[in-house]
Design a protein around this ligand. Structure first.
Ligand code: SF4
Ligand code: SF4
Length: 452
């Protein structure tokens, strides 16, 4: 079989066997949920409810007038006990709506199945995806209705559904492909119809042969959709790398996939799109991988958005061993957690608990100019310079060396023999450059559209 891939990248140990062979378990609704008003890329929502209000499952409880945003919904029926700043898994505090369950788990009245969803007009589809709070479930949590509204002058000719799941440990997308292949294909067909696109590709890494087989059988009668196996390599699932691997197209620096006529959505997003249209169901739950040697019973779990990590971990038997690190997401791009009482958000793909044996804390040394980081960087960047300039806080120099194109995949730091935290330096530089640019706009030194 011909396998598609991209230049650079690495082969970290997968550790997927901990969870990939078990069926998804549905966690019973928790006693309370914490729904942050910001779970997406874009503007924070304003609450639509007050303390003391009764809410039903699926009811919209937060929204914003901004263009780039996604409303949030109650994931339980019960009572709003508070609206306040609450610890968030991205590391800060975010205004959140706290709901205590009434034990009834009742749906809001307007959540009714619509088997005629395929007749909806394009704007009706976009309105519904927005109204149901859909965001990309693969990582950045970008609002789906915005992503599926490319500029009028851009022609989209391919939709890619991303089933790579290249992050080590995570298997929630793998399980979804095994359990819901038809829903993934229906979601893809909705996107193809919405954007009037004649070609759909479902891309899956070759370490998931059963998923490739099952989805290939599911699309047998769909002449415009093909399932393509891609090489198992990290970060194969990053949008730019996937497009390069499948279509040999390069996305220009600082641009998005629609520049080359492509839209990429994750398999989980495809299923959520289908459920939003056919079942009128808002995004109030998702599958996450709870894993690592620090978890007693690693597994994939379907959980309500807003469930506390501590409750999810307890459902998976609790923690074990000498826990060194708990991460939201995978080990390469995930975010370390300092509290376990943070809620699952729409972008939570996993909870990973690593023990001291797995996490070796080593002191960074000087760069030995081995060039490993350059050879492996999938974006053709020069990461060793980020270490060099980053130590001196010379962020402008990092900008000149295209740090803005860094996708924060962690490949450079993973292979660096000197253990230099190259990704951290890249992240800081991007933040500093963004802040400096904001200040220049405020001071009237540059215009908003000016890219300097
Ligand atoms: S510089 Fe950025 S894109 Fe390149 S390997 Fe490092 S983290 Fe990945
Ligand atoms: S991999 Fe590390 S030691 Fe080697 S060149 Fe890059 S920064 Fe220097």
């Amino acid at each position: 079989m011909k396998l598609f891939t991209f230049p650079g990248g690495i082969h970290p140990s997968g550790k997927k066997e901990l969870t990939c062979h078990q069926a998804v378990k549905v966690m019973p609704p928790p006693k309370m949920v914490v729904i942050p008003l910001l779970q997406h890329t874009g503007a924070i929502c304003e609450p639509l409810v007050q303390k003391g209000d009764k809410v039903k499952k699926g009811q919209k409880i937060g929204d914003s007038n901004s263009l780039i945003t996604a409303p949030v919904h109650a994931s339980l029926s019960g009572v709003v006990t508070d609206i306040r700043s609450y610890p968030h898994p991205l590391g800060n505090k975010v205004r959140s709506i706290i709901i205590e369950s009434d034990g009834l788990d009742q749906w809001a009245e307007d959540i009714k199945r619509d088997d005629n969803y395929f007749r909806l007009l394009p704007q009706e589809v976009r309105d519904k995806l927005r109204d149901k709070g859909l965001v990309g479930l693969g990582g950045a949590a970008f609002p789906t209705s915005v992503k599926l509204t490319p500029p009028a002058d851009k022609n989209i000719d391919v939709i890619i559904i991303n089933g790579c799941e290249c992050e080590p440990y995570l298997t929630c997308d793998h399980r979804l492909m095994l359990d819901n292949p038809r829903e993934i294909v229906e979601g893809l067909k909705i996107i193809m119809k919405l954007l009037d696109v004649g070609k759909g590709i479902i891309a899956i890494e070759d370490n998931k042969p059963e998923a490739i087989k099952l989805l290939s059988a599911t699309v047998k009668m769909e002449p415009n959709i093909e399932v393509v196996a891609v090489k198992t390599k990290y970060p194969q699932g990053a949008e730019k790398q996937l497009i390069k691997a499948l279509l040999k197209k390069e996305i220009p620096s600082g641009k998005l996939p629609f520049e080359v006529g492509v839209v990429v959505d994750n398999v989980g997003t495809a299923v959520a799109i289908y459920e939003a249209l056919r079942d009128n169901r808002p995004l109030i739950e998702r599958i996450i991988t709870v894993t690592g040697s620090g978890i007693k019973e690693p597994q994939n779990v379907k959980v309500r958005i807003g469930t506390l990590f501590s409750d999810v971990i307890a459902f998976c038997g609790g923690l074990q061993g000498d826990i060194a690190k708990v991460i939201m997401g995978g080990p390469m791009m995930g975010i370390a957690q300092y509290l376990l009482d943070v809620p699952v958000i729409k972008g939570t793909s996993g909870i990973l608990a690593l023990t001291a044996q797995e996490v070796k804390i080593v002191q960074a040394g000087p760069c030995i100019r081995c060039s490993k980081c350059i050879e492996s960087c999938p974006m053709n960047l020069t990461p060793y310079l980020y270490g060099l300039y980053g130590r001196r806080q010379e962020y402008e120099a990092m900008g000149k060396h295209n740090v803005a194109d860094c996708i924060e995949c962690g490949v450079c730091a993973y292979g660096c023999p000197a253990r230099i935290p190259l990704v951290q330096y890249a992240k800081w530089a991007k933040m500093e450059i963004a802040q400096a640019r904001k200040k220049k706009i405020e001071d009237g030194k540059i215009e908003k559209k000016d890219n300097r």
